[in-house]
Ligand binder design. Structure first.
Ligand code: FES
Ligand code: FES
Length: 241
């Protein structure tokens, strides 16, 4: 009897273990199914995202290329519409000689004069700072770089060459040579024109007035003292004549 009971309990135990393992495997299967589902969903979302990104990228590229082509066509039509500025016919005198010429409206008086061969008008800064381009326009000292060529129409211009010649120097030129008012000489044409304009307006200036008179002209060599001495001496000499 005892053997039969033991057999029965063993069989019971076996059945219980089987049931347990069946439950376990069912649970396992469920979990794997869930995991697979999750994976698939993840993949799907990633795919969706990527395709969305691709569409957005395509749209931006399209937009960019459209605006590029629009810009291209706009600049092409601009270029087609551009025509070089018309030249204007003007006339004036330089150092007493009549000049008639055609000049584009945007050309500065400095460029115009130098192009016409008046290279004694120096190009220092083209900004009205150095005074190297100083000339007389109707009796007034002006910076040729700060004027348009067309503005000289009908005017009388004078450069350093009109103030005196090599054979017949003006007292200002003589004194510049005599007293060392010239060193490299780059500022000299403008400086002498400025001095002439000063002495025309004020024949016996004080040293302070000379300094003010040439304050628009820069010299990198002389330190100005010799230039002021030269102008002062020229004024004194001119007063005796
Ligand atoms: S070049 Fe005209 S002021 Fe300097
Ligand atoms: S002499 Fe040289 S810049 Fe004046």
């Amino acid at each position: 009897m005892a053997a039969a009971t033991r057999k029965k309990s063993k069989a019971k135990k076996k059945a219980a273990t089987k049931k347990k393992s069946a439950r376990k495997s069912a649970a396992k299967k469920k979990t794997t199914k869930k995991a697979v589902k999750k994976k698939v969903t993840k993949k799907k979302t990633a795919k969706k995202k990527t395709s969305k990104k691709k569409v957005a990228k395509k749209k931006t590229t399209k937009k960019k290329s459209a605006s590029k082509s629009r810009r291209k066509s706009a600049s092409a039509s601009k270029a087609a519409a551009y025509s070089p500025p018309a030249k204007l016919s003007i006339s004036f005198t330089v150092n007493g000689a009549q000049v008639e010429t055609d000049v584009p409206a945007h050309t500065s008086l400095l460029y115009l004069l130098r192009d016409l061969g008046f290279t004694e008008v120096k190009n220092g800064c083209e900004a009205g700072d150095c005074g190297a381009c100083t000339i007389m326009l109707d009796g007034l000292a002006v910076n040729a770089c700060c004027m348009l060529g067309v503005q000289a129409n009908g005017s009388e211009l004078e450069t350093v060459k009109g103030i005196g010649t090599v054979d017949n120097l003006h007292p200002i030129q003589e004194k510049f040579i005599e007293l060392g008012g010239i060193q490299c000489g780059f500022c000299t044409p403008g400086m002498i024109v400025a001095a002439k304009a000063l002495l025309d307006a004020n024949p016996s200036p004080t040293r302070e007035e000379i300094k003010v008179g040439i304050s628009g002209n820069l010299c990198r060599c002389t330190g100005y003292v010799k230039i002021i001495d030269s102008i002062e001496a020229a004024a004194a000499e001119m007063a005796t004549k």
